[in-house]
Ligand binder design. Structure first.
Ligand SMILES: Nc1nc2c(ncn2[C@@H]2O[C@H](COP(=O)(O)OP(=O)(O)OP(=O)(O)O)[C@@H](O)[C@H]2O)c(=O)[nH]1
Ligand SMILES: [Mg+2]
Length: 324
């Protein structure tokens, strides 16, 4: 008979988690009995309010929000920490018919969130025709329907048939009307999510609010300002990467963000006559970045043409999109 092998660190940790010693782990983390934690994915069509909802839960703006559809392009984590639970929220790009490789990468981000989720919150707009995404029917994960933007429904009794229509699908464990903008109904939604999260120790350090680094959020803020300032194809043809982020001790941090566009004419639009447009963009973005980081920064913007980046797998890879 072979002598017992010494356990490696991973096996010992797994034993600790699965050998009925969950309470020990809770105690070690200083967490109360009954502590819950898990992943909740916000899924839906573009523009339904997924990012607004995540910010509302966090009571902080971390996900970018604009009036234009297809704002969010990457799965973005937001962690809600209290003494009794840790809800790891996954904001996702809106699901649409893919026209470019970029859209496929965006849908992939949403699908990976769907796979990770302990609970799915499917968001729809109260004033849009009811619709169920096929990806929802294909998963057994508990699903809550959040009917958002109820402030846009003039008569509250108009809501009832909409809610009943969705209930008739039998797909949802719970259906709740909400207004992510004002926070109405969001407490009830949190309760419905918590009821379906497993009792488990915290998944992330409890002071953490996201997983993505500061430079990701800085690039997102520049992109948000572009979405809000420019029209037509420019926002959609734009990607932003933080290409330098130097912390300089007593001086302000130096941040260089590179704005990639698809054509030279878009580059000219972003820069504007005599550089006026990009100067205003820079000031606007810097103010938002400083508010987000809670410190002063020096922001330098560069614009580069990367032809057809939305359609090319290798350009998307360079810009950090995962490819299947
Ligand atoms: N009236 C109203 N507007 C809302 C509500 N929630 C979100 N919005 C607005 O809807 C627009 C889109 O919101 P987002 O949070 O960016 O939507 P999203 O689902 O993340 O959009 P994508 O990232 O493009 O998929 C913004 O102008 C929001 O201010 C709401 O409850 N009521
Ligand atoms: Mg969004």
């Amino acid at each position: 008979m072979e002598p017992p092998q010494p356990k490696d660190a991973t096996t010992a940790l797994l034993d600790q988690f699965f050998a009925g010693s969950g309470e020990d782990v809770l105690a070690e983390q200083g967490l109360p009995e009954g502590f819950r934690s898990g992943y909740v994915a916000f899924i839906g069509r573009p523009n339904v309010g997924k990012s607004t909802l995540m910010n509302c839960f966090l009571e902080q703006r971390i996900a970018i929000v604009t009036p234009k559809p297809q704002t969010t392009r990457r799965k973005t984590l937001g962690i809600l920490n209290t003494d009794n639970y840790q809800v790891v929220m996954l904001d996702t790009p809106g699901i649409m018919e893919p026209k470019y490789a970029l859209h496929e990468a965006m849908i992939e981000e949403a699908m990976s969130a769907l796979e990770d989720a302990d609970v799915i919150v499917y968001l729809v707009e109260a004033t849009r025709a009811p619709e169920i995404l096929p990806a929802l029917e294909a998963t057994k994960t508990p699903k809550i329907l959040a009917v958002n933007k109820v402030d846009r429904v003039p008569q509250k009794n108009e809501l009832l048939p909409i809610l009943e229509g969705y209930a008739a699908t039998g797909l949802f464990d719970e259906i709740l009307p909400i207004c992510a903008l004002s926070g109405d109904g969001v407490g009830e939604l949190l309760g419905a999510v918590l009821a379906r999260l497993p009792e488990a120790p915290a998944l992330y350090p409890r002071e953490q609010i996201s997983e993505q680094p500061e430079r990701f959020f800085v690039a997102e803020i520049v992109r948000e300002r572009i979405f809000r300032r420019y029209e037509q194809e420019v926002p959609y043809s734009t990607e932003v990467l933080v290409t330098r982020f130097d912390e300089r001790g007593t001086h302000k941090d130096f941040i260089e963000a590179t704005i990639f566009v698809e054509t030279d004419s878009q580059k000219a639009i972003v820069i504007g006559k005599r550089g006026v447009a990009i100067k205003e963009l820079g000031e606007d973005a810097r103010d938002s970045i400083e508010a987000f980081l809670d410190r002063e920064v020096f922001l330098s913007l560069r614009v580069k043409t990367m032809p057809k980046w939305r359609k090319k797998a290798n350009s998307l890879r360079k810009l950090g999109y995962k490819q299947r």
